[in-house]
Design a protein around this ligand. Structure first.
Ligand SMILES: Nc1nc2c(ncn2[C@@H]2O[C@H](COP(=O)(O)OP(=O)(O)OP(=O)(O)O)[C@@H](O)[C@H]2O)c(=O)[nH]1
Ligand SMILES: [Mg+2]
Length: 222
């Protein structure tokens, strides 16, 4: 069936052209502002795709890191408290994780320890950060110190999805770290996956080159 090139969304085209693809997940209690943060960051171009089975929203974004185009898949779930634990596929092949709590609800900060523990069961090495959201509601909280994650060396950000404070910086940093991780994984299985991916790409390049050669020699095949 013919495909009308005009009907292919621009984002898909960018993704097709991307040099690299990364997956970034977001963790945290319900209503801490995970979805609002993503929406704030992707405001001008977000295209949510609802997969109702797991109440999962995938946000696709094309970023530029250095001189490369990066296709970023942001994964977000709704109403996590109903599921208690995340489905393992949520963590599968994630390259970075953004852990969010609500500065106005202490329990969401305490629960970071549970989220972090679960994350590390599935993804022991990926870059992760701690995000204190909703600082617009009480700017005084930025004077306080939140030590969770310090021991593990996790970067910390005070942000507000409502007024945009620090949102772009936090996401850009995490995209960069996701790309760095993908290119230099410190987890053995990820190293294997990256090798396989490179191998596939090489194979594809070779077969394309062969095909081009064939076309040049046999013009009737064109
Ligand atoms: N004041 C303030 N409210 C916020 C901020 N971010 C989110 N909210 C509010 O917090 C509520 C929850 O935000 P969501 O983004 O839906 O939370 P979530 O973490 O995605 O929640 P689940 O999908 O249930 O897991 C909404 O009413 C938002 O308007 C913020 O930065 N400041
Ligand atoms: Mg949500």
């Amino acid at each position: 069936m013919a495909v009308d090139a005009g009907s292919i969304p621009e984002l898909d085209q960018k993704k097709y052209d991307a040099d690299e693809q990364v997956k970034i997940i977001c963790l945290g209690d319900s209503a801490v502002g995970k979805s609002k943060l993503m929406e704030r960051f992707l405001m001008d171009e977000y295209r949510p795709q609802q997969l109702s089975t797991y109440a999962l929203t995938l946000y696709k974004h094309a970023a530029t890191v250095g001189n490369k185009t990066i296709a970023v898949d942001f994964w977000d779930t709704a109403g996590q408290e109903r599921f208690q634990n995340m489905h393992p596929s949520y963590y599968h092949k994630a390259h970075a994780c953004i852990m969010v709590f609500d500065v106005q609800r202490k329990l969401t900060y305490k629960n970071l320890a549970n989220w972090y523990k679960e994350l590390r069961e599935y993804r022991p090495e990926i870059p992760c950060c701690v995000v204190a959201n909703k600082i617009d509601a009480d700017m005084k909280v930025t004077q306080r110190s939140f030590n969770f994650g310090k021991k593990q060396g996790l970067p910390f950000y005070f942000v507000s999805a409502a007024d945009g404070t620090n949102v772009v910086k936090m996401f850009r940093d995490m995209i960069k770290r996701a790309v760095e991780y993908k290119q230099n994984p410190s987890d053995f299985m990820d190293e294997v996956m990256q090798e396989l991916e490179n191998f596939d790409l090489e194979k594809k390049d070779n077969s394309e080159a062969e095909e081009d050669g064939l076309k040049a020699e046999s013009p009737e095949l064109v």
